[in-house]
Write a protein that binds this ligand. Structure first.
Ligand code: AMP
Ligand code: MG
Length: 486
């Protein structure tokens, strides 16, 4: 057996998916293989050294024994507008496995052919976006941000048309589930209360088992838990400068993992208005708007759940309202707590918020690089020259910060440790991601990506090669644009 499948979603019923197999490809070749992830998923040893066999399985040409291939139904608000029918248009969930910690993961092929949900799409994925998802998700994982991961990228030997002809690929995504806000919306807008209840029970069992036994209506603790996970996720994104780029409700996972890496990018110079996605003309998904959008998305989820709270809509609204109105306060608490940690402070009084905001304003006005600034602040604790440089740049803010930290050896130790675990020395900077994608596409080998990944897998500790990936691009990313990975 290649994978020990233990499928559960398939038992939810026909309304939840369409049974459909991947469409075989002509010449599958294994390009990337995530060894450590493979080990944790307990893949069969017979596969380990057989690239040709991996290529067959993870292109969708063969389905492993026990696989039950389905395309999931969901809908979603895209840029604020409801699309009542989306669903996996180019992905196949081939099954679920339990990892070596007994955690359940979906194994999904993406780019593996059309499904009943494909609409106008070709069901395929271009190689560039597949590698981008592999690199970005791996980087996020090691940055300690909750995320889906990639097990493999297989080239198909076929071309896909994306303005020009591009090489095609199938990427294998491993996720703690593919239940999205849009999955709840799918049933809510169809008034299918039975399926909605089934989905809620399933999501609680799979992701929030601690509330299974909660007294009273379980919708409230469920919503509370999902909101808490989303806040933690966005705060983590903002800690490392990540811009998701397309936070449509179909791209928000109930598990609280980062999912769908289409037009994502990393912020260089600190500016909350930063947007790189070419389709996000209004800046809806700008760096600093991510919390607002999260609240918007959570409000859409709450709306779906109203009929499960009370038949009286007014009463149901009155019950969920407080959860949503507490969002901003809870977010701010987590957000400023995170920034305090980035500055070496364990906790921060609400009145100290202004002190943090002052630094952010300076960074914005002086066009300072977000990652570099926090790395410098960390290193300045035991580098006097750097400390003096920062004093030049930040004026008396720097001295006030040092007063905040207190100068006892104990305090310094604590601050240094906190800063080193919260401030990455390297992130997947956009120009390096692009350079590496181009190199892989042009050479057909993965050397450039492997070198990059070695560094990205150690984002809080400098390796010999880290320095090669820390530079800020010449144009400071002013001209950088990303495109949806479709
Ligand atoms: P995304 O922008 O990747 O989140 O996708 C939004 C929706 O479009 C989802 O329902 C996808 O399955 C579908 N989709 C994206 N690309 C394709 C494609 N090449 N073929 C078919 N469906 C697609
Ligand atoms: Mg999507």
């Amino acid at each position: 057996m290649i994978l020990k499948f233990s499928n559960s979603y398939i038992h939810l019923g026909d309304a939840f998916y369409q049974r459909v197999s991947p469409t075989p490809v002509s010449k599958p070749e294994l390009l990337f293989w995530n060894n450590t992830l493979a080990e944790s998923l307990q893949l069969s040893e017979s596969l380990q050294n057989n690239a040709a066999l991996k290529a067959q399985y993870f292109s969708g040409n063969f389905l492993p024994e026990g696989a039950e291939s389905i395309a999931l139904a969901y809908c979603g608000h895209q840029f604020g507008h409801l699309s009542p029918q989306l669903g996996d248009g180019r992905a196949h969930l081939i099954g679920e496995v339990l990892d070596n910690n007994n955690h359940r993961f979906d194994i999904q092929l993406k780019g593996s052919g059309s499904t009943p949900f494909s609409r106008q799409g070709d069901g395929r994925c271009a190689l560039g976006p597949a590698i981008r998802e592999y690199i970005m998700s791996e980087a996020m994982y090691f940055l300690a941000v909750p995320t889906t991961r990639c097990l493999a990228v297989v080239t198909t030997g076929e071309s896909v048309y994306r303005e020009t002809l591009r090489p095609g690929a199938v990427v294998t995504r491993v996720a703690s589930s593919h239940i999205r806000v849009g999955t709840f919306q799918y049933f809510a807008i169809r008034n299918d209360i039975e399926s909605l209840t089934t989905l809620l029970d399933y999501a609680i069992n799979r992701h929030y088992p601690e509330i299974k036994e909660a007294p009273g209506n379980r919708v409230i603790p469920f919503l509370e838990s999902v909101i808490a996970k989303q806040i933690a996720l966005v705060v983590n994104w903002m800690r490392v400068g990540f811009i998701h780029g397309v936070m449509n409700t179909d791209n928000v996972a109930i598990s609280g993992e980062t999912i769908d890496f289409g037009p994502c990018a990393m912020m260089g110079i600190y500016d909350p208005h930063t947007v790189y996605s070419s389709i996000d003309k209004q800046g809806r998904y700008a760096f600093g708007n991510q919390p607002n959008i999260t609240l918007w998305n959570m409000t859409r989820l709450a709306e779906c759940l109203l009929p499960l709270i009370s038949h009286d809509e007014k009463e149901a609204i009155a019950i969920v309202e407080p959860l949503l109105s507490q969002f901003t306060q809870k977010f701010e608490h987590a957000y400023f707590g995170m920034l305090a940690n980035k500055l070496g402070l364990v906790e921060i009084e609400l009145s100290d918020k202004d002190f943090i905001i002052e630094l952010l304003n300076q960074m914005k006005n002086k066009q300072l690089d977000y990652t570099q600034m926090f790395t410098d602040l960390t290193q300045s604790l035991d580098d006097e020259d750097l400390a003096n440089e920062l004093k030049e740049t930040l004026g008396d803010w720097y001295d006030r910060w040092k007063v905040y930290l207190g100068d006892s050896t104990e305090n310094m130790k604590l601050a240094t440790a906190l800063m080193k675990t919260n401030n990455p020395v390297v992130i997947p900077r956009n120009h390096h991601v692009e350079r590496v994608l181009t190199a892989c596409e042009e050479t057909g080998n993965t050397q450039a990506a492997d070198d990059f990944l070695t560094v990205l897998r150690s984002p809080y500790n400098e390796l010999a090669n880290t320095i090669n990936y820390q530079d800020v691009p010449m144009d400071e990313d002013r001209n950088y644009r990303t495109f949806c990975g479709t």
